[in-house]
Design a protein around this ligand. Structure first.
Ligand code: ADP
Ligand code: MG
Ligand code: ZN
Length: 506
């Protein structure tokens, strides 16, 4: 037998495609060719595979070796095909039976000594394998935990090519301990109870979590903006398993499990620094395409601290995901799409020096500087912000109190209850959160009470709000109605939403 075939997976964004790996060994001058649109990292697989084979005391065929990855049109990148190529090559060289590997998917990069290295994107790869009806997958041991999330496919974790060969020849293997696979609903590290005072910001956080409304926190350094933002995931409902799998799949491709467990049900929070690049924010990359912060925050919170310091192009790049709930990255070989549905939380100092309080003390900035500073945020992005909340430094009275604030668990209970009311109201529509009510439905079906509408139309006449602002206020007022147990937003719900939207005179 000088021809063998097995399988691996190529990822385009989150979409995996089964790739058939065929190896032919023919008589002729020693040669190695790799067919099927490989990138540079994949082309180097020859050297890794060869070293691994030789160092496992197997024989490298000194003949004409042709490796073909198909479908040929599918762009393939990275080093995760190493193991599949190595195994197919040994099979073509009659070291292992071709039947043993035909219906198996192999994933893994090879070290020169034959160890199998972890790869990115194991979970989305296995999802694709399962969809294609594959029953058995060999994965690097280091990816075992993540791989086990995939039900309905036998996962074989391997550390070394020698172990794989022993298993293929004799059927023997050390079965890795079943990892206790439990979804973790809580991490319990952060809690809203830690935040003293700040009733308005706490309420805004609760409204944001309930209705999915984007929020800007404005206040001097040390007021607790970061503290509050970091605690928003603790009051969001736990992710469903399906949502958690989506989150884990994105993080798997980014290789970012250092900061997040693959079995976490807590909504993710991602906080890119204001020096971050556009690519880091929305995804991309020259060689290997990685999802950006906005996709890592999918089903969770994207928190941008000191937002006015961000280059405007970076913030503006969030427009597409904010509108579409996903981000499409254009490449010469075709577009990739990653999910990106997140709650946007921006924090900003009120002025360049940070000390402006409206009372003028301590701040060294000119009034023009103060005006310009938050103005850097204006434009299309600010149009998407539903609430602008001032966070003043906590006073000594609040800080001196020894009783703790309300806990995240209590707030979360209310969030879940209010979301339930909204979901029921929207049961025959395609959306579930108040922030997602389309403008048209706001005008026809989902109007607040008569006097509340009159109030809004008066504000519109006085040019205190714009038509877009009016819609945002109504969406937030629905969330307030759900929290307060009103069937339809009342005048007080709408007035409160109006105040929360105003926050500052941006
Ligand atoms: N409301 C508050 N309750 C309790 N501690 C606070 C509060 N505000 C600030 N702190 C303390 O000050 C630190 C800095 O707060 P931080 O959230 O980073 O402020 P900001 O982001 O507004 O600059 C916190 O880690 C906390 O110890
Ligand atoms: Mg901060
Ligand atoms: Zn200042």
């Amino acid at each position: 037998m000088s021809l063998a075939q097995t399988q691996s997976i190529a990822l385009l964004g989150l979409d995996g495609h089964v790739v058939t790996v065929e190896v032919d060994i023919a008589d002729g001058l020693p040669m190695y060719s790799l067919l099927g649109l490989p990138d540079a990292a994949l082309s180097e697989s020859r050297d890794r595979v060869r070293a691994a084979i030789v160092n496992c005391m197997e024989i490298w065929p000194n003949r004409k070796v042709t490796v073909s990855l198909s479908p040929a049109w599918l762009p393939k990148s990275g080093s995760s095909f190493d193991l599949a190529i190595c195994i197919a090559l040994l099979s073509a060289n009659e070291v292992i039976s071709p039947d043993a590997i035909r219906d198996v998917v192999f994933l893994g990069e090879l070290a020169l000594d034959g160890r199998i290295r972890s790869i990115r994107g194991v979970l989305p790869a296995l999802i694709a394998a399962q969809k294609a009806g594959i029953k058995t997958a060999v994965v690097p041991s280091a990816n075992y935990r993540e791989a086990q999330l995939m039900q309905g496919i036998e996962i074989i974790a391997m550390e070394h090519v020698k172990q794989v060969l022993r298993w293929l020849r004799t059927g023997e293997r050390e079965v890795a301990d079943e990892i206790e696979l439990e979804w973790q609903p809580d991490d319990q590290l952060l809690d809203f109870a830690d935040v003293a005072g700040q009733p308005q910001a706490r309420l805004a956080a609760e409204i944001a979590a309930t209705g999915g409304h984007h929020i800007l926190l404005i206040g001097p350094p040390g007021a607790g903006k970061t503290m509050i933002a970091e605690r928003i995931p603790t009051i969001l409902p736990a992710l469903s398993i399906a949502q958690a799998l989506e989150v884990t799949a994105v993080h798997s491709i980014a290789g970012s499990f250092a900061s997040r467990s693959p079995t976490s049900l807590v909504a993710p929070i991602v906080s890119p620094h204001h020096t971050t690049t556009r690519v880091a924010m929305v995804g991309g990359g020259a060689h290997v395409i990685k999802p950006g912060a906005c996709s890592l925050a999918h089903n969770g919170v994207l928190f941008i601290d000191e937002a006015p310091e961000c280059p405007s192009g970076v913030l503006d790049s969030l427009r597409q995901p904010l509108e579409a709930g996903s981000i499409t990255i254009a490449r010469s070989i075709g577009n990739l799409t990653f999910p990106a549905q997140f709650l946007l939380v921006l924090a900003a100092n009120p002025c360049p020096c940070g000390k402006f309080t409206g009372r003028g003390r301590n701040c060294t900035c000119s009034s023009q500087q103060v005006r310009r500073y938050l103005g850097r945020l204006s434009g299309p992005l600010m149009d998407r912000i539903d609430m602008r909340v001032h966070v003043d430094p906590v006073g000594r009275v609040d800080m001196a109190r020894t009783d703790l604030g309300e806990t995240s668990a209590e707030i979360r209970r209310r969030v879940i209850a209010a979301r339930g009311v909204a979901a029921k109201r929207f049961s025959e529509y395609s959306w579930t959160l108040n922030s997602q009510i389309p403008s048209r439905a706001l005008r026809t079906i989902f109007q607040p009470q008569r006097d509340a509408m009159n109030f809004l139309h008066d504000e519109l006449d006085k040019e205190h709000i714009t038509a877009r602002g009016l819609h945002k206020i109504i969406r937030v007022s629905w969330t307030l109605a759900d929290i307060h147990g009103h069937e339809v937003p009342t005048l007080s719900d709408v007035e409160m939403a109006h105040v929360l939207r105003g926050g500052s005179e941006l």
